[in-house]
Design a protein around this ligand. Structure first.
Ligand code: 5MY
Ligand code: ADP
Ligand code: MG
Ligand code: MG
Length: 317
């Protein structure tokens, strides 16, 4: 593979281009035989090739049509990832379905999701639904649609039944699980997996519930600015949190990758404070902010090389 060069076309929002397509990534990939080429959406895709691989975070009927046409004419090229598979992550209710199918063999750890229910525009008697499903306060209200818009990240922590009045369906109501104020974000790029710790919402002790407001709104808590993250008490909390066993993380990541049929995603995982070896997946994101990981160029280039090998295999079939 040493003298062969590979052309990887990409389509990403301009914000994502600035964060992900850094000079350091372009250079590292180039040194390993991979040329990263921006695709111009104002021209037909088919005229911009050849591409060995196309990676993208874009949806909509026009782009779907272009990709389908390209795939038909270039059957050995690799599309990372199929739009249908990506779109399954746009619904917060169904995005976590696959987690219940995972079979984690082994020691002590278990994986699952928090209890959750769907609340539509015409849902009546929310409180009855909550009680019948065994949901306990506090709960988190999440917009049903997770399509990357600012609104889709707007969450509410509902601490008491009175707080339900302020919600705007369609939403998913998910039980809030105390987890020590730290989440584990697991970044997956094909077979490459990296787990990092991030700040989360603090635990809510049962005896404090009565003293709090009915409803608290928040957005992208794990993504706070570097300054916020440097806050001493949070830094200490994160530092002290014990990582989940890496064998367990890799097993969950590999099985999720196969079940979702996606190469590029991350998932947010929390550890139940009450049952210390029980982990819950609460969110899965397509093409997340890989550049936040130190040395992301190495992991991404290793992934690109795996795809290049797969492309060569396709050609020789
Ligand atoms: O921009 P970044 O680097 O913060 O990445 C966002 C992700 O942050 P993370 O890497 O998990 O810390 C972010 O993850 P969270 O939902 O915050 O867990 C999303 O993946 C977000 O994409 P979208 O807005 O849902 O389409 C990602 O945003 P886009 O870059 O895709 O707009
Ligand atoms: N069930 C839950 N229990 C406790 N904390 C949660 C739960 N769900 C979400 N959170 C907290 O809220 C944050 C945002 O929720 P998430 O589903 O990850 O939405 P987003 O897609 O905007 O990242 C999480 O990073 C975590 O800190
Ligand atoms: Mg999240
Ligand atoms: Mg998300």
């Amino acid at each position: 593979m040493s003298e062969r060069r590979f052309r990887f076309g990409y389509v990403l929002a301009s914000k994502k281009v600035s964060s992900f397509i850094q000079d350091s990534l372009i250079k590292h990939a180039q040194e390993n035989g991979i040329d990263l080429v921006p695709i111009d959406l104002d021209k037909p895709l088919i005229e911009q090739g050849p591409f060995d691989c196309i990676f993208h975070k874009l949806y909509g009927p026009e782009w779907r049509k272009q990709l389908e046409e390209f795939a038909l004419q270039n059957p050995t090229a690799i599309i990372v990832d199929p739009i249908d598979a990506i779109e399954k992550l746009h619904n917060r209710l169904t995005m976590l379905d696959v987690v219940n199918e995972l079979k984690i063999a082994g020691d002590n750890e278990t994986i699952g999701i928090p209890i959750q229910i769907f609340v539509g525009e015409n849902s009546e008697s929310l409180l009855d639904a909550i009680t019948s499903q065994g949901l306990h306060f506090p709960v988190i209200a999440k917009p049903l649609i997770a399509n990357g818009s600012a609104d889709s990240h707007q969450m509410s922590l509902v601490l008491k039944p009175e707080g339900l009045e302020g919600l705007k369906p369609p939403i998913v109501l998910q039980e809030f699980v105390n987890h020590g104020g730290v989440i584990f974000k697991v970044y997956v790029a094909g077979e490459h997996v990296k787990c990092v710790k991030r700040r989360s919402l603090p635990d809510i002790p049962e005896e404090k519930l009565g003293m709090l407001e009915n409803l608290i709104s928040f957005s992208q808590i794990s993504n706070l600015t570097a300054q916020d993250q440097n806050d001493d008490s949070f830094a200490e909390l994160i530092e002290k949190a014990v990582m989940p066993p890496s064998r367990f993380v890799t097993d969950v990541a590999n099985q999720l990758r196969d079940a979702l049929k996606l190469h590029l995603f991350n998932f947010d995982m929390i550890r139940d404070e009450k049952v210390g070896n029980r982990y819950l997946v609460i969110d899965i994101n397509y093409f997340p902010g890989y550049a936040k990981m130190p040395n992301y160029e190495t992991m991404m280039t290793a992934f690109f090389l795996d795809i290049a090998r797969e492309k060569l295999n396709n050609e020789s079939r």
